[in-house]
Design a protein around this ligand. Structure first.
Ligand SMILES: [Zn+2]
Length: 316
């Protein structure tokens, strides 16, 4: 079935080219593409490098990355460097001029008109298994609009994100062991709490310890991924990104503060172009990059402002 889909996609692409259709960039397309999207709230890239995080640093070395991923629009809107605005842009692929989430207050949001990546993927291919594991309620309630695949696995606000990350990690391992996800989004929330308590900075030992703690979770998750029976035929693209950085013990009002406004994107897997991504990258490029890897053509009617970045060109 997947072969048939790939063949159909290639035929459509050929027709498009012959008929002089829109010249979209063409990337490597494998038989069984899958995406693991990992969001780390309030993570600074310089602190990853300063930490002892084994997996993240290995993936930076072996994969592609940029340490200059803009988390805000240049339109400009009144969106703040806050989690609500940040995760809304990341998961819908549009800025606040469309979703109208300006901070952590979701009142007046227009997310109903801004489908999440889970909705966009399933709108194109209802058979794709799209799963998101959230510990922050608004991701489930507002941003993913209670998509069937979005699971609120733990209430981090009420019970703490340290336990939230642990529970979410176990849920991710269970999904990888017992289900067949094509797109899996995981949300880590504890590091942001650590930053608010002890400072968002590479020289804040509690903060770098927080990154190492996530890294330990990631090692277990990747182990579960690699143990999948059909791992050899699955072309996983693993992506890491954040909603904002931080300065001092906060991250609000960071539109003009590089330490807050600058995020990162790390891509790992056979489809990721190795080395530094030199193109300008923003957080609305995350959705088109993931969808492109899944072989989903970006519909112009979606009016996504971003585009796929950091993927290998098709070898042909
Ligand atoms: Zn945040």
């Amino acid at each position: 079935m997947r072969t048939l889909i790939a063949k159909t996609a290639r035929t459509l692409l050929l027709c498009c080219l012959l008929l002089g259709g829109p010249a979209a960039p063409v990337f490597a397309q494998q038989e069984n593409p899958k995406v693991l999207m990992i969001g780390i709230d309030g993570c600074r890239f310089d602190a990853i490098l300063y930490s002892q995080a084994k997996l993240l640093k290995q993936y930076i070395k072996d994969g592609g990355h940029t340490d200059k991923c803009d988390v805000l629009d240049n339109i400009p809107t009144k969106a703040d460097t806050a989690s609500g605005a940040g995760w809304s842009s990341i998961l819908t692929g549009v800025w606040a001029d469309r979703h109208n989430v300006l901070g952590n207050d979701f009142a007046g949001n227009r997310l109903k008109d801004c489908p999440s990546i889970l909705h966009l993927a399933n709108r194109t291919n209802p058979k794709l298994q799209c799963i998101a594991l959230a510990t922050w309620q608004p991701i489930h309630e507002h941003i993913c609009q209670r998509h069937d695949g979005c699971r609120f696995v733990f209430d981090g606000d009420k019970k703490g994100y340290k336990d939230g990350d642990r529970v979410m990690t176990q849920a991710a391992i269970d999904v990888l062991k017992t289900e067949n996800p094509d797109l899996l989004f995981l949300y880590f929330g504890h590091l942001d709490s650590v930053g608010h308590g002890y400072g968002f900075h590479p020289k804040s030992p509690k903060y770098t310890n927080g990154i190492e703690e996530i890294d330990d979770h990631l090692i277990r998750i990747v182990k579960a991924l690699d143990a999948r029976p059909k791992r050899g035929t699955e072309d996983w693209l693993v992506m890491f990104f954040t909603d904002h950085g931080g300065q001092g013990k906060g991250h609000g009002g960071g539109r003009t503060v590089p330490e807050i406004r600058t995020g990162f994107l790390i891509l790992h897997g056979a489809a990721a172009a190795r080395g530094k991504i030199t193109d300008k990258v923003t957080n609305v490029d995350i959705v088109p990059t993931a969808l492109t890897h899944l072989g989903i053509a970006i519909d112009p009617n979606w009016r996504l402002p971003g585009r796929a970045v950091g993927l290998k060109k098709r070898q042909k």
